[in-house]
Write a protein that binds this ligand. Structure first.
Ligand code: HEC
Length: 245
């Protein structure tokens, strides 16, 4: 009778596993690993609706977060942010501070940690590089620093006089006439389509300037359509030029 039970259990285990390998059942269990984000924060501003700053876990094959913990203003106390993401599966290949959309898809990566370089039970720690949890800081860290400043202010040159390094980028972009065409604003507050930034990053924008900026965007390694939608929402949220003067 006892043997019969064992046989039944074995059959059950085998049947519940696609590969037919009983050990597979154990390999898929969560390691229960935890990620912890800490850091100094001196500014907080909501992202456009539908977007969040999150501590998120990704597998090697996907841009959709397997798990995420959205940051909110209540996570910031006395100038420090502290956010935890726990029960991580052992298929997680990166834990990232990033911008995600409502589908939990990665829009911009801001900082990443690779758990495989740590002992299995260690907490995955990230000391936030983002001092301001704002749309501008996300664009600075995830986009301009990664893909733009090597030609725009990071080295000896600022192509077309446009410096996109921290502390300069926003004042040089928003409601400022373009050097290449003074009839167009680099970023026209409230109007994505009228903004040169939108036009040169659009899939059809390769020939707008002498440098193909679409290609530069593709090298960033995120879904470019999702990123463009975020940039457009950010531009929509900015005040138009007239209300500034
Ligand atoms: C390989 C160098 C290079 C990189 C990288 C680069 N740019 Fe440029 N960018 C240029 C050059 C050169 C021009 C001027 C082209 C022209 O006038 O035809 C320019 C022009 C521009 C302009 C128009 C400026 C004006 O006033 O006319 C904007 C806006 C711009 N870049 C934004 C960006 C952004 C955003 C990124 C990152 C996603 C970026 N660029 C990355 C070289 C680069």
């Amino acid at each position: 009778m006892k043997h019969f039970h064992y046989l039944f259990l074995l059959l059950l285990l085998t049947a519940s596993c696609d590969s037919g390998d009983v050990h597979e059942v154990y390999r898929r269990t969560s390691t229960g690993r935890t990620a912890l984000l800490t850091g100094s924060v001196d500014d907080w501003e909501e992202l456009p609706e539908g977007y969040n700053i999150a501590l998120a876990a990704f597998s090697s094959s996907g841009d959709y977060a397997m798990g995420q913990r959205i940051l909110s203003s209540s996570d910031v106390a006395e100038g420090r942010v502290r956010v935890m993401l726990s029960e991580l599966s052992d298929t997680v290949s990166t834990v990232e501070l990033c911008v995600t959309n409502t589908l939990r898809k990665k829009v911009l990566s801001l900082q990443r940690a690779d758990p495989s370089s740590l002992p299995p039970q260690d907490t995955i720690r990230l000391e936030s590089v983002l001092r301001a949890l704002t749309p501008a800081a996300c664009l600075q860290t995830g986009l301009f620093n990664e893909a733009c400043i090597r030609c725009h202010g990071g080295g000896n040159q600022s192509a077309r006089g446009l410096n996109l390094t921290e502390g300069h980028s926003m004042s040089m972009l928003v409601n400022v006439p373009a050097a290449s065409n003074p009839n167009v604003l680099r970023v026209s507050g409230g109007n994505p389509e009228e903004s040169l930034l939108h036009q040169i990053l659009a899939e059809s924008g390769a020939d707008v300037l002498h440098v193909n900026h679409v290609e530069i965007l593709h090298k960033l390694g995120v879904d470019t359509d999702v990123l463009r939608a975020f940039i457009d929402e950010w531009i929509k949220s900015l005040p138009p030029k007239d209300s500034n003067s």
